[in-house]
Design a protein around this ligand. Structure first.
Ligand SMILES: *[C@@H]1O[C@H](CO)[C@@H](O)[C@H](O)[C@H]1NC(C)=O
Ligand SMILES: *[C@@H]1O[C@H](CO)[C@@H](O)[C@H](O)[C@H]1NC(C)=O
Ligand SMILES: *[C@@H]1O[C@H](CO)[C@@H](O)[C@H](O)[C@H]1NC(C)=O
Length: 357
């Protein structure tokens, strides 16, 4: 008993908690596009600078934005980090436009050793989504995961999965791609994730079919840039209808998603000009919104997503830290006593749904 107690204390003191998808208090942040530079904020730092921040659980490397570039290989872009057009020392694999980002490989391993999930996001606003699903899924596995290739942009680092941020129609069959990835994941030595970043109108024009037909672990829903459907509508007289999380939750409860346990994240812009300024909400407003959604939508809600790291860190208070603190107050897990939520009764209307195992 004493030994167990001591071990538990040591574990807590070490502070390394590995990612838990079942928590309702996770924070996911996109890193890579340095969008704060457009607001005169300090440039994003290399990935490794964010690994020690316990407020972030998931880092989404953005983006792999050309599926099939020169030589038939994909193309990465991380703005000021690892770009051969800005830094002549960055190597490019022969016959391709694919950069060799060894420093990022080291940082990916560092973040993973701190318990973070590191996903590679595919797509973005200016993506070229032309490939075929069979070729591209095998390439992703070989270049970034447990497959092998002479071209390994992150060397031996193995990402924890891929995120699909398709914002235009794709020439690739995205459902087939997702199914292939999930098959490849099963051949691996550890757990991998597949996620997607739909816009908030339900169902999403480009990712609706994917969510309905393929197993997706988490949806990072963009409650911004869609006019009527955004975070700023939270708390208005017509809320919850006006904000639209309720519709995602309704779809979750009526089994509209291929993965009945998909976790839904509420995405926000982390700064005034990180997206459409009318979608932006302050850190305190977002915190209050998250707490209410977390309390009400106990089954579907997974946490918060934000765009992007440069804005979150340029914000006072830090946008990610503020959201994490709000979420931890009502978290199902990770509280020091491990019993944060035992006094809360599950809402019976939310527990009725049957789960496939
Ligand atoms: C340029 O690239 C090299 C090789 O990846 C890297 O070591 C160096 O830090 C980069 N310089 C800047 C200013 O980013
Ligand atoms: C499930 O809910 C969604 C969101 O409200 C709705 O669009 C869809 O039609 C519903 N499907 C069924 C089968 O009821
Ligand atoms: C709370 O969630 C239920 C469904 O789970 C929904 O019908 C209701 O509108 C929600 N209320 C608010 C204020 O979000």
């Amino acid at each position: 008993m004493l030994a167990i107690f001591v071990a538990a204390v040591l574990y807590a003191a070490a502070g390394v908690l590995s990612f838990d998808i079942s928590c309702n208090s996770n924070v996911a942040v996109y890193w890579g596009q340095n969008s704060g530079a457009s607001g005169s904020l300090p440039y994003q730092k290399p990935l490794g600078a964010y690994c020690d921040d316990d407020n972030v659980d998931i880092i989404l490397l953005s983006f792999l934005y050309i599926l099939k570039g020169t030589g038939g290989y994909p193309v990465l872009n991380f703005a000021n980090i690892c770009d051969y057009t800005k830094n002549a020392s960055v190597p490019v694999f022969p016959g391709t436009e694919l950069m060799h980002c060894s420093d990022m490989g080291v940082d990916i391993k560092k973040c993973q050793s701190r318990g973070k999930l590191v996903l590679l996001s595919i797509g973005g606003a200016t993506a070229q989504l032309n490939s075929d699903a069979a070729t591209f899924s095998q390439q992703v596995w070989d270049l970034f995961m447990e497959g092998s290739s002479p071209y390994r942009p992150f060397d031996g680092a193995v990402i924890d999965g891929v995120d699909l941020d398709f914002e235009q129609s794709s020439q690739m069959n995205i459902i087939q791609f997702a199914n292939n990835m999930n098959q490849l994941y099963k051949t691996g030595t550890r757990k991998y994730y597949l996620t997607a970043a739909p816009q908030c109108p339900y169902p999403d024009a480009n990712l609706g079919g994917l969510l309905a037909q393929a197993h997706v672990d988490m949806a990072f829903i963009q409650f911004y840039n869609s006019g009527w459907c955004d975070n700023s509508k939270f708390g208005l007289p017509l809320w919850p209808e006006s904000m639209n999380y309720y519709m995602w939750d309704a779809a979750w409860r009526n089994n509209s998603f291929a993965n009945p346990n998909i976790k839904l994240y509420v995405g926000s812009t982390a700064g005034q000009n990180a997206g459409n300024p009318s979608s932006y909400v302050s850190p305190s407003f977002f915190a209050a919104e998250l707490q209410q959604l977390q309390r009400n939508y106990t089954a579907s809600f997974g946490g918060a997503m934000m765009w992007d790291m440069s804005w979150a860190y340029g914000s006072t208070p830090n946008y990610a830290a503020n959201a994490k603190q709000a979420l931890m107050a009502g978290s199902k897990c990770g509280s020091p006593q491990g019993n944060c939520c035992s006094s809360k009764q599950p809402n019976p209307s939310l527990s009725r749904r049957r789960r496939s195992s």
